[in-house]
Design a protein around this ligand. Structure first.
Ligand SMILES: Nc1ncnc2c1ncn2[C@@H]1O[C@H](COP(=O)(O)OP(=O)(O)OP(=O)(O)O)[C@@H](O)[C@H]1O
Ligand SMILES: [Mg+2]
Length: 263
């Protein structure tokens, strides 16, 4: 399988006044087409920065981000991005928020009827049927996440980038949304890059988990998750092998914390 995204020796330093923050340090990795990849790492290690670079929203300091073998030179219109912050437009209803990517530029050429059908289908898919006319302020946190998910799926992107999409939700809703994500994404041949703090979530969803070190973010460990698909997020933590993956990933994170305390 060919890589769809490649990070080649990426480094990124942010400058603010005379202060420098070294966010990423010599990150080299590939995301294979059709892969479900999870990225975990301590707060501030550059995970969101890596997604911003993948979406072409910022430029690396040094190194390259390649998409299908070509260096990114601007916004990457082939990816959809569920950002860490909720960025639904407050003055638009659920259906108008979800329709937004289909109205921007000429990424998807659809008739009005096709557009409406796609919007309705994706709102149903994430379980928001009946809330089409609601505004974001009239939704719960979980429902806003669902609306964001529908909006990012609506134009059926090649790559979905998600930055801790379920982080702030209660445990039960988190599992329900993870199951929905797998239902819509597994077996489609499309690619997912998913940032999370939750190791169980990473193992449940991903084909491969990248562990990043604390800032400046480096690749600390990579683990292939060979659990069978389709996966049942409700029961997978009891599957044979799950505990071993958890143990290995946790020890990679812990190793980094220990190292960080020594220096
Ligand atoms: N636009 C920016 N300007 C200045 N500094 C930034 C900017 N974006 C990120 N940083 C800094 O770079 C570092 C990495 O930030 P980033 O948001 O990528 O971390 P993260 O791994 O996503 O953290 P978290 O898990 O808390 O979301 C942080 O120290 C942050 O303060
Ligand atoms: Mg972040």
């Amino acid at each position: 399988m060919a890589p769809i995204l490649e990070y080649r020796d990426l480094s990124k330093i942010f400058f603010k006044g005379n202060q420098q923050v070294h966010a990423l340090d010599h990150v080299t990795a590939e995301v294979q087409e059709g892969e479900l990849l999870a990225i975990v790492g301590p707060s501030g290690c550059g995970k969101s920065t890596l997604l911003n670079l993948s979406a072409g929203l910022m430029e690396p300091g040094t190194g390259d981000v390649l998409y299908r073998g070509r260096p990114l030179t601007g916004v990457n219109t082939q990816v959809s991005y569920v950002t860490q912050k909720d960025n639904l437009l407050p003055w638009r209803t659920v259906e108008d928020n979800v329709a937004l990517p289909l109205q921007l530029g000429d990424r998807v050429r659809l008739s009005k009827d096709e557009r409406r059908e796609r919007v309705t289908r994706h709102i149903e898919l994430v379980g928001l049927g009946g809330f089409e006319k609601h505004y974001p302020s009239e939704l719960s946190g979980g429902m806003r996440k669902r609306a964001q998910l529908a909006r990012s799926l609506v134009y059926e992107p090649e790559v979905l980038l998600m930055d801790e999409p379920f982080g702030a939700l209660d445990a039960q809703l988190k599992l329900v949304l993870q199951a929905e994500l797998l239902r819509t994404w597994e077996g489609t041949g499309r690619t997912l890059v998913f940032v999370t703090h939750d190791l169980t979530e990473a193992i449940s969803i991903a084909d491969r988990v990248i562990v990043m070190s604390s800032r400046p973010g480096r690749i600390q460990a990579i683990e292939h998750i060979d659990l069978p698909r389709p996966r049942d997020v409700f029961g997978i933590r009891f599957a044979p092998g799950f505990g071993d993956y958890f143990e290995r990933l946790w020890s990679a994170l812990r190793e980094d914390i220990r190292h960080g305390q020594e220096v």
